[in-house]
Design a binder for this molecule. Structure first.
Ligand code: GTP
Ligand code: SPV
Ligand code: MN
Length: 590
């Protein structure tokens, strides 16, 4: 046992009594213990060791083919009342849910080992950090949590001997039956239960379950925010670094933006980009009145397909050692990995993500699942910020929202003020991706990229955003919206994206510093087209004008759909947002 904390000991005893494992192992985080677990996973076939010269310390894992993404229809917020979960979450009464879950967990670990994982979300020693304890029957979970969190005995030091402020996470793979898969959150009890899955966001309970769903609820009660945001720093030639947070829905470009390589035009002047986080930000007001952010995670659980030396070299280098690959293709010729979009040379002798023999040179099937992922330590990232472990976090100049939209949303616009920015975040819409089970490419409202991750009534969540703005006053970050995904009539992306997105971020920072002009439109402030630097790109000013075009007819249609979306919240929708919608409609009619 690694702690004297009675709250932890009592809870673990209860979980042992419920799940009835043959053995209990407390995870101290030592390399010795982790190595033994890696060996065990390799010996049972749960994982495969990859080429020790080309990918030292790397492992490959395939999940069950029916278990490859988050399952939003099986994810529940079990608040005491339905109203507190709100209209955008699945809800079940906590007692009813326990009546379903209790029998499923009873004896579920018979003959197996239960691993007890203490972990900290956020740097050890930070006032912003919070501790979780996850019990699981999966070595894959232990090894991923080691990369994604500060795992091991230090987390119990962070918790202390008497505190009861830790998030309880109970995970069992059970028999992976998709019909009995449940990802349940009990925000009022600091509890998460996951069963019948072995995949990423469903089972690494520190990530979406704790750091977003539970933490968003804690943040509302404690006056801070947990957001689905990357954090990056842009260093100018004078060595000053400004930080930006950006919220994009799953598989819409956070990891790519967080690790971007500046285009030549900025690189030659001495600009640099630093990654603080690629998925989650915890934000609070600092003593100086500004908004400060930490990344609660310790690694990246990134989308593999599309990652290559051109699109995201920093991510690729991050995965060159001590990385776990999930559901990618296995190249048998040199015992490495491959995915669609890595290069133009798919392996001939390979195993696909389902575990079947695969010839990439002839097969029409995909080698890697579209939601295949790498789990890689932040310390491997060539552009990791030196503030990554800073317990204070970093001060935020701008908040950026964005989604995947073929039309409607322009390349970039700025909200008139904080309240309008909250409106802009609340009306975000994006095409669905492979990160969640279900149809891909369907436009849906995804406010602040938090639709699947808000642990309480989203109407109250909007209210919390408005309150944070009031607290921050004139020190509040400026709010923007971007869209890298506008397409032409043939469906091709018009904007080059990736590293070139920095060109848009530069206008954003210039606006924050009062250095750039803007044009007032019905939806917000837009850049003058010539203020987006296109030096070195093969697009012209007219293309930029097109990307910034606001089509009033499309926006009027959109306003109707916003109206319908807002209606779901009834009187839990802050009146301020309704006023903002009326304001938009009036401006569009002018
Ligand atoms: P999650 O980890 O699911 O939260 O995803 P994410 O938001 O971190 O998305 P990620 O950066 O992994 O990108 C997802 C997909 O979008 C990849 O296939 C990328 O190649 C693609 N992508 C990212 N940025 C851009 C861009 O600027 N333009 C275009 N066209 N595609 C992009
Ligand atoms: C996402 O879907 O937004 C992810 C991957 O970051 S998962 O951890 O599976 O949620
Ligand atoms: Mn994500």
């Amino acid at each position: 046992m690694l702690t004297n904390n009675k709250n932890v000991l009592t809870w673990v005893d209860q979980m042992v009594a419920l799940c009835k494992p043959a053995k209990v192992v407390w995870i101290d985080g030592s390399e010795e213990q982790l190595n033994a677990l890696r060996d065990e996973a390799v010996s049972t076939g749960e994982m495969e060791r990859l080429n020790p010269d080309k990918l030292p310390g790397c492992l490959l894992h395939r999940t069950d083919p029916t278990d490859v993404a988050r399952v939003e229809d099986r994810t529940f917020i079990c608040s005491r009342t339905k109203d507190n979960a709100g209209p955008t979450n699945n809800w079940k009464d906590p007692k009813e849910m326990w009546a379903i879950l209790g029998p499923m967990y009873d004896g579920v670990m018979a003959g197996k080992t239960m691993y007890v994982i203490p972990y900290s979300m956020g740097p050890i020693g930070s006032k912003m950090s919070k501790v979780g304890v996850e019990v699981t029957d999966s070595i894959y979970v232990v090894l991923n949590m080691d990369i994604m969190t500060r795992m091991g005995k230090d987390a119990f030091v962070q918790l202390g001997d008497t505190s009861n402020d830790f998030v309880r996470g109970l995970h069992a793979k059970a028999d992976l039956d998709p019909e009995k898969r449940y990802i349940c959150h009990f925000p009022e009890e600091n509890w998460i239960c996951s069963i019948n899955s072995g995949y990423g966001g469903n089972v690494l309970l520190g990530k979406k379950c704790f750091a977003l769903r539970i933490a968003s609820y804690q943040g509302k009660n404690e006056g801070w925010m947990a957001e689905h945001m990357l954090i990056l720093g842009i260093e100018n030639p004078q060595g000053e670094v400004k930080y930006i947070c950006a919220a994009f829905p799953s598989a819409c470009g956070k990891t790519n933006l967080a690790m971007l390589i500046p285009p030549e035009v900025y690189k030659k002047q001495g600009y640099k980009v630093w990654t603080v986080g690629d998925d989650i930000a915890w934000l609070r007001q600092g003593d100086d009145g500004r908004l400060w952010a930490i990344n609660p995670e310790n690694g990246f659980f990134g989308v593999a397909p599309g990652t290559n030396l051109k699109s995201n070299p920093n991510a690729l280098h991050t995965t060159e050692r001590d990385t776990i690959f999930t559901n990618v293709a296995h190249n048998l010729d040199d015992n490495t990995v491959w995915w669609e979009g890595l290069d133009k040379n798919p392996p001939k002798h390979a195993v696909d993500w389902k575990g079947n023999p695969w010839d990439g040179t002839t097969s029409t099937e995909k080698g890697a699942h579209p939601n295949s992922r790498f789990t890689a330590p932040a310390r491997n990232c060539p552009c990791i910020s030196k503030e990554f472990n800073n317990p204070q976090g970093v001060p935020i100049s701008a908040i950026v929202f964005g989604g995947r939209r073929a039309k409607t949303a322009p390349l970039v616009y700025q909200a008139f003020d904080w309240a309008h920015g909250v409106f802009v975040g609340s009306i975000m819409a994006s095409e669905t991706t492979a990160a969640a089970a279900g149809a891909v490419g369907v436009v849906r409202r995804d406010p602040m990229a938090m639709l699947p991750f808000c642990g309480y009534n989203m109407g109250d969540y909007f209210g919390h955003w408005l309150e944070m703005g009031e607290k921050l006053g004139d020190k509040a970050p400026k709010i923007f919206n971007v869209n890298w995904f506008r397409t032409d009539d043939e469906g091709h992306f018009i904007w080059p994206g990736f590293g070139d997105n920095m060109r848009v971020l530069m206008w954003i920072l210039d606006r924050c510093e009062g250095k750039a002009d803007a044009v007032e439109t019905a939806i917000g402030y837009e850049p003058k087209p010539e203020d987006i630097n296109i030096e070195g790109l093969d697009i012209d000013l007219d293309t930029v004008k097109g990307l910034l075009n606001v089509d009033a007819a499309l926006w009027k249609e959109d306003a109707k759909s916003i109206e319908e979306f807002y209606a779901k919240f009834g009187d839990r929708l802050p009146a301020k947002l309704r006023e903002e919608l009326d304001g938009l409609k009036a401006r569009l009619d002018k």
